[in-house]
Design a protein around this ligand. Sequence first.
Ligand code: AMP
Length: 614
Amino acid sequence: MNPFSTLGIRHDIVNAIAELGFENPTPIQEQSIPVLLSGSNDFVGLAQTGTGKTAAFGLPLLELLDFEENYPQALILCPTRELCLQITSDIKNYAKNMDNVNVVAVYGGANISDQLRQIKRGVQIVVATPGRMLDIINRKAIDFTKVQYVVLDEADEMLNMGFQEDIDSILSTTPDDKKTWLFSATMPTEVRRIAKKYMTDPFELTMGTKNTGNVNIEHEYYIVKARDKYAAFKRIVDFNPEIFGIVFCRTKIETQEIAESLMKDGYNADALHGDLSQQQRDKVMKRYRDRSLQLLIATDVAARGIDVNDVTHVINYSLPDEIENYTHRSGRTGRAGKTGISIAIINSKELGKIRHIERTIGKQFTKAEIPSGFDVCEKQLFALIHKVHNVEVNEAQIEQYIPRIMEEFKDLDKEQIIKRFASLEFNSFLEYYSKAPDLNISADDRGFDRERGERSDRGSRGNAGYTRLFMNLGSVDDFTRGDMLGFICNNTKISGKSVGKIDLKGVFTFFEVEDSEVNKVIEGFKSVDFQGRSVRIEMAGDRDSDRGGSGGGYRGNSSRREGGGYRGGNSGGGRREGGSGGGFRDFSGKRREDRGGGFSGGGRREGGDRRRRL
Ligand code: AMP
């Protein structure tokens, strides 16, 4: 008998999930499904993302609700739009052999009328983010008086995001005798408090130890000098040719800058952060899910609820301020029983944070060494050899050229031919990495601290008497420097002479204004909209110092990137003649058709030279 049937799941659902590859229940499913199927308990499940918790509550709901009736019977609240869509689509998939199952996704940033229409048509399961749900409740467009089950998914995330009051208001519209099922990756006191407030004697299930990271995840840290951070990061990526990773930064600016630098250096990367429009974010996420992107550079907030399987590495380019966030970040890998690696690139001052995280997650980090240039070359060489060995040969197409190729090679034996093929890439790797320095630093290297202490971002970037400001509009919004100067002066009534350097970036701009005019600029832009988006001005200096020097670090490396790092030997010249990187391939070796470029900088880069990364 199918193990899901043994748990009490009906045939048509078992068949549907079998098609999704669910052969055996995950531990949380095994333990929670029988309890939830009874329909008589409140429930608290302490489980990481990626453990199969959607099915753990989704399958029992499909068993318990009455789908001959068309009113809301279950409400699932979750923190993000991405997770909301994911849960909705998962439940629809589980129910694909059932009749009249209506699930609606209710989330912000999308047309509300469509959602209202779907609700009006009749629905049994509502999956919602709290803000939009409350909006719909306030419009009296939904009736929750007959709701039997409320699921609070990723409760800790919802509280982190400040949804406590919204959740209170939403739950007050549901009946007292409903059952509440709460899932959370961590159990801070706030979550404990809502469990207490909304539940009576809940059945509690803890997968693993409280607040413990997933056992399938290895944790590593690398200690580097701040100025070497970007180079070290690239080397880690180069050492893992098959990486499919999420890279976490602390600020939107850092996220955007790292992504842009990586793209310039020919890496298959893009940014995900809150300054992108929903449409831009969707596009980036789609490319990541489809594996057209190898590295997703993200802020914590933007990456919440991202549910992509097979992420091999999570890289903490900057450690999070909140230790809890480390658990959320690392939980993006090691999903569905797979293994994953969570990496932190730190400076020696941050060792204390690593120890703190170790205590919190109950797991030790391994101190890893930044690979040497030689190690990277060797790794890349064998990745290439492996690829050559496994490449699918298109016999029909290649056949016609074989006689000429044989003719070319007739003076070479097999070993010589292999050496030549291998050298084609290897020579270029060696050339790029021939003088690569050792980027490791010992934890007690005091020179490092002195050096960091002496360096001042503000001093190295800004002119005396001027303050550097950040604005969330840039060249992708079709601004030239002249336009930007006009835009600033018109909105703030300051003179053009008070504006210093304007550094127009993709989706944002840094500009300098005389210190005495800073307040005018901040005030002037307070309620300015540009094409429906609020214009945001911030002190760049504050943000720069947030980055712990990382920005300075990678900029400082630009000389090392000269020549764009590695311009792939055999992928050079000829194959790039298409301009937009004719030779660019995604890491699975398929030619990438998608030239859209994901985030809105794509168009701008279209004509650019997409180098193969090393
Ligand atoms: P979740 O924690 O619900 O986000 O699930 C994480 C991933 O595991 C999703 O991609 C699910 O499709 C997958 N999954 C959930 N349950 C099972 C199962 N019993 N067998 C195989 N994969 C599963």
